[in-house]
Design a protein around this ligand. Structure first.
Ligand code: LMR
Length: 338
């Protein structure tokens, strides 16, 4: 199979076809090829994960033609992040990249990445996630039957709400949507606000109908999911890294012959390195598009930023036992602001 990226999006298919070779049957892989389904929840393009998935599909479909082919299912069209983990162990999907916040049911070690103000830049986060220490941390999912293949960075998170947020006190009494992360809940409670765990696909509706008042996410999620349309504005808090664990199942890897497995792992590794280099630019672009759409983006003064840090950073202590003080110290050492 060549250059086929199966998705719910006609535009994505158009891009795939225009990028090179078409395929006689655009609805599936060639017989005899190992099918690799990648299910994720974000936009199919214009987003670090969506674009990384498309790039990976392109590389696999070009370089593994006749042996394997990859299909991408974006936008929660196949599974949401909870279901995809179960589907993977059942062999219904072979690749997924849930946010690291969503691994709580499998390991508490990855809570590291939810610690507020751990990384103040995408570059610092990327540097840590490329390290052997970070790779070893991802191996915490292995006892459950998964295999961590690497990280995809998405960006730093920003707060938005149905009222202006400049000081932590502005968030008091509001309800924020969070991912399935107890660190995020603790962080929101430190603001004297309340947290509601909701699936990603439910966030826009919850903001629109007032089920929640605010949310926190990367610029590209805020832009591609149109959260900015139903919020008063976005505050440039940069308070947490949003990143993904690229996973497969050990059973799937074991099903490949040695040569195919080696080639697959090499392509994944090369693609993730390439994709992660684009993230800062992609995020800047999403931020600009939000501004161009007329949404208010609020910058914090150094004093205001310090107030958010002072309120939220103490939650680190609550999770030190789960993560390990040494692990936190090592990761924090990659960012000079700590
Ligand atoms: C969220 O649920 O807010 C994000 O994890 C979605 C994603 O994958 O970026």
């Amino acid at each position: 199979m060549k250059n086929l990226i199966l998705s719910a999006s006609a535009s994505l298919l158009a891009i795939a076809l225009s990028a090179g070779a078409a395929k006689a049957d655009p609805n599936g892989c060639d017989s005899g090829e190992t099918v690799i389904k990648f299910s994720h929840v974000v936009a199919d393009s214009g987003h670090p994960k969506g674009d990384a998935a498309r790039l990976l599909a392109k590389n696999i479909n070009e370089q593994m033609e006749g042996k394997a082919c990859m299909e991408v299912y974006p936008n929660s069209t196949l599974y949401d992040d909870d279901k995809v983990m179960e589907a993977m162990l059942l062999g219904d999907v072979q690749l997924a990249a849930p946010s690291l916040s969503k691994f709580e049911a499998y390991t508490k070690k990855l809570r590291l990445y939810d610690l507020p103000f751990l990384f103040s830049s995408i570059e610092a986060a990327n540097a840590y996630m490329a390290s052997d220490d970070a790779k070893a941390l991802l191996a915490a999912v292995e006892p459950e039957g998964y295999k961590g293949l690497g990280y995809i960075t998405s960006g730093l998170k920003q707060f938005s709400a149905n009222k202006p947020l400049l000081m932590p006190e502005d968030a008091a009494g509001l309800k924020f949507r969070v991912q399935t992360s107890d660190v995020a809940v603790a962080m929101i409670e430190a603001l004297k606000a309340s947290a509601q765990k909701l699936a990603f696909k439910e966030v826009y509706g919850a903001l629109q109908t007032g089920v929640v008042d605010g949310q926190e996410n990367s610029w590209c999620n805020i832009y591609t999911q149109k959260f900015f349309e139903v919020q008063d504005g976005i505050t440039n808090t940069n308070h947490q890294i949003l990143a993904y664990g690229m996973i497969t199942s050990q059973e799937f890897l074991d099903s490949l012959d040695d040569e195919t497995r080696e080639q697959f792992l090499t392509i994944v590794d090369d693609t993730l390195k390439q994709a992660n280099q684009q993230v800062a630019d992609q995020e800047a672009n999403c931020r600009q598009q939000i501004a161009d759409a007329g949404s208010t983006i609020r910058e914090l003064s150094p004093e205001q930023r310090k107030a958010w840090v002072d309120v939220m950073k103490p939650v680190w202590q609550q999770f030190e036992g789960d993560i390990g003080a040494d692990v936190i110290a090592t990761a924090a050492g990659y960012d000079k602001s700590n």
